[in-house]
Design a protein. Sequence first.
Length: 441
Amino acid sequence: MKQSPAIWQSRRHDLLVQMQHNGASWLGFTEPTLCGRAGVRLHEKDPASKEAEQVSTSDLIFNKAEYAAEQLALGIAHESGEIHLPRLVQYDLAHVVEGLPETRARASEDEQHSFLHRQQAIEVLTEHLAAYHKEGTVPVLVWHAFHPSHGDKSIYEMPGIDPFAATKTEEERELLESLAKHIHLPPAAWPAALTDSQRQGLETMQAKLQRIAIFANALAEEEITAVFRPYHEANGHWFWWAIDRFSDNPNEAAELFWKLWKNSRIYLEETCGIYNLVYTWSPNIAGSWFKEDADLVSLYARGIHPDAVEILGVDCYSNNLSAKKEALLSHRREVLMKGLEVIASLRRAFPDKPVGFTELGLRYHELLKDDEPSAAMGQPARGGGTLNEPFFKRFSKFANYAPQFTIFWRNEPHSLEFPLAGLSPEMEEEVRGMYAYFETV
């Protein structure tokens, strides 16, 4: 399918207008159809099982049984089955891009098979997102890209290796520089001086972008506009594309990263003809944002040019700062309030762009430093209650510049980032208030 730039420009504009003028924060979940109660992968009775579970397509796509049971128990749904669906559903392009061909060697050894084959991922995710789209829900695509030096190896072929981590060598730095400068160019235009590893890295990354293009075209066939978050949390240190991996010179590092971000978009649009993606910048909340004299907008925008980004997002995880600060309930609230302050600053600085939480995770399921181990999950001693005060009073002093969307991270058995019913009275109160505040469909 050849996409019309003019038609998709109009559709992208319409989506951005909706997100800005909705009157309430759009509620988003991460991979809701991959995890029943955040514990079961698609088609599987448990994460280690290869036995397919027979469920209806409707229930599988919308998780209706889970949504309805929780919402009925909270008194916010009718017995007729009326439920609240999220306005945004976020899925990881790693299923499509880093997934592997079904015909590869060792495919039979997969322990968790549902979304590790590319074609299956494309077909099933397209079906699910098309069903959500018909209900008025918008897909968000995050991309956990494997390091290009791994080629097409799977996690099963790299035991003990973090596929997202950097090697911190000079050779890798040169590889990142070559990616930044040449990822949008055809191989014939690559400099002759590139090493074999640099050429291989460029070939690998262009192949990944081509897979994104295939999936984006599948969505376009369903007339779906998707929000796209390439190279997220680049201001951190945990991904190979982190800004400061590119150079010891901070300014040079930021400029090289910007070239990678910009040129990846150029490749998708000008080479692959993909125009149904709305591009989003989403750094993680950082320690430098807490300084009294911090220029929040400048710190947030390091590594990109805001004019080239349609949506501005913030990833907000208090645990990433726990090494420097006491990981108490008060600290988690402080981190959330700083995220709200950044969003308010961005809304004032960029009134023409939607701004919100692209990932919000409060780690209800984990014990952090100084949490009380004997406390039940969701109780205040374990971080429960962290949303009540700021969220349900419409963010107090930030009420006029509240997030226009909030996506909760919740996509693995160990990642209960969105409050669930049935865990504790404190958490149930939060879930009840959550649906009262957010806009759903």
